[in-house]
Design a protein around this ligand. Sequence first.
Ligand code: GP9
Ligand code: MN
Length: 643
Amino acid sequence: MKYLSYLSKYKDTALVKFLIKFHVKDFVIGYLDLILFLVIISYKAICYNDLVATGYYGFKAAVIASIVILISFSVLLNNKGRTIYLYILDLILTIILVSDSVYYRYSKDIITIDTIRNGSMLGGVTASVSTLLKPSDFLFFSDLIILLPILLFYFKIRKYDFKLLKRFVFFILLLAIGIFVDGKAMYELNIEQPKLITTMFNRMYVVKVLGDFNFHILDAYNLTYNNIMNMKSLPASKEKEIKDYLTENDKPKGTNLTDAYKGKNLIIIQVEALQQFVINQKINGQEITPNLDKWLGKSLYFNNYFYQVAAGNTSDAEFLSLNSLYPAANGAAYYIYSGDTYNSLPKNMSSLGYYTAALHGYEAGFWNRSVMYKAESFDNFFNENSYDINQTVGMGLSDESFLTQSLAKLKTFKQPYFSFLITLSSHYPYNDVAGYEKYVPFDAGKYTNTFLGDYLTGIHYTDAQLGMFLDQLDKDGILNNSIVVLYGDHFAIPQANLGQLYQFENIKNPTDLDWYELQKVPMFIHFPKDANKGVDSIPSGQIDLEPTLSNLLGFKNKYTFGTDLLNSKTNTVMFRNGSFTDGNSFYVSYTDTYYDVASKKTIAPTKQLTDLKNKTHTILEYSDDMLNHNLIRKFLQEDSEVK
Ligand code: GP9
Ligand code: MN
């Protein structure tokens, strides 16, 4: 009462007059439902974000903004319609949040449209839903029950309804505020982590920064965008042209070592950020990668092997190596094309009776692996959840622990097996120097405390762990019965730090050719009893791995773009941006310049080179068509009908 008399003093002020004139009291009462649902849904969404971000990302305006956008449409309806809309919206969003919470507890990941489409979430999670559900999950639905009688009462007492025009203005206002705040957050995320929104390589990070609803909106947008882009059907003649090209490309080119290793285990190790420039190099008299240097001496070493990744980085390295297809023109194939059918290396190995497993000591959903490994037909994916995270270096589980635990797993696998291992510790920005050095001391000399020095320390650490792993495979006799492939996934030194690399390499006035020549990654194949060891300098790249293995292991190469390196004398390495090299010349697409590799000079294009340039475009387009129109599925179907 005291307060009311106190307030009455202000009843003639301009502000109060304004509030009365615009029916603010009526508005507050009339739109109480809107305010109530905004608060309730926001609270639930923030609880979910707390679960996945464990507090350290704090409150995110974008989380609320996405709810404001979804709620804004309710304002267009009349009173009753609006409340019903809000009630149903609350129900739907609660179902999404609870499902995502349960899924998160199971796989530390979020449900995507593709996870549902591929059925890849159905395995363990549905079986264990009852154990994953918590009593608090049901509390999320309690408001919907409690609110029912209250809303019915509210329907009765609420009188005021705004005219359509005012409602429309209010809708625009809410929508604009929501879009502005949300758009700003997305824009900032795009600056901080370019490519993240289109490639979704770290979707839990998107969830942490933008919230659950924004993630689903972006996921649906990406999917719809790709579907629209691929709606145009491919003429039958083009389809035939592609099939004919691939059929020709897949034909055996010779008989060198053909089927020679049929039935042997296959172990592939994809090493994080391993580049060729560290191989057989010393710093201050100390070898940078003594173990790899030793093992590539006992193996068939490809010293002219390029990574061919695009926006999908590590996942592209896998995509190229396991499918012999080019990466996506935009975004990451592991995300955009995870709904396609693949004639992948694991699928081919399975058809030979192999057990196949991918092993990586990190989050299952990173790079959409959990979904994509299903599409690539791996029998099993051992991820972070399958490892004891007992030692961390850099980004997560240390290579030492990962490789030790992986070896123990390998020993339990039914033979013959194909194991695909992906390391992690030598990941950008290599700043866990203390972590690397704690286990493997390294003196980076004049590069100490520089970016390059940190990388050298990191790769030296990883080399030691790879050495331990390979030596142990040897001691345990596994090498007698296995072929081991090891290669680097992609670049280690980003543009900003290239100066140090050129200094290390003693390159004074670097050209684009110099840069490209530094984009090689080592690749070696180790055979039982160190057979076939030597150096092969054929120009090659990650796309050539599957066809090469098909010759050695005896499965039929089908619908691949690569080359069997053991039965070819020449080869052209094509890059996603249209650059290419045949070993003698190098074409750099972004400056439209041709180089002579030996003299390093620029050269005028010959007819042969311009033909090769056009062929590169055609082939990249073929690969895009294959992915956009899921042609492998179609081709394999046609083949089975013919049989
Ligand atoms: C994490 C890892 C890193 O799972 O493979 O991927 P990257 O950031 O190198 O593309
Ligand atoms: Mn990587």
